[in-house]
Design a protein around this ligand. Sequence first.
Ligand code: SF4
Ligand code: SF4
Length: 199
Amino acid sequence: MIQFDKINKQILSSACLQCEDEFFQPPTTNIPKVGCCSYSPTFYLLEIAKMINKDEAFFLKHILHHPKALLSPYHITVQAQVHSDYERVFWKESLSKLEADDLRHSYSICQFFKNEKGCSLHPSFKNSVCRSFICLSIEARLNEDERESLHSWTQMIKHEEMLFQRTHEQALMDLGINLLSDPSAVMDYFKTLQDKKRD
Ligand code: SF4
Ligand code: SF4
């Protein structure tokens, strides 16, 4: 039911191929079944550093300069594509903000989701949410040992991302650079870090 990919530190499940989770079913037959890949992923410094060192051109084109990128000083969110059918939902005006957000989410598809292959990102570029999951429909089908493994892998994945973020956000702050003010300087910072690791 679940496997841990040690190389890319990601949890995988065959259940995602045909997502049965009630909350993530598409609202109409026009919307592809993408499970929880209706999400707008936020890329933190851990993933950003990996992209810069593994595939700088990808980082520049598909993350930093993505037309749907929302840049923050130390992370980047790429907003999901909202299906045009959402505009035709006439009754959305009567919903609360929370209900409207949930509805919009159900019409959304992550920009990196490709119908033929699912997530198109290199696994090492996926953030901690995409490499782990809190999925009630999967958890309900796990035995006690599998549930414990799921929780410890999830904690390890999130801890690594949080620690890297805290350390390098502080270092970038000390240098007075960030992704908004000077993305090239941030890129140089991570390239130098990688060079030092190699020495
Ligand atoms: S993690 Fe759960 S909700 Fe997401 S695609 Fe897999 S089965 Fe569906
Ligand atoms: S980045 Fe990949 S795993 Fe994450 S939501 Fe998008 S398609 Fe799904």
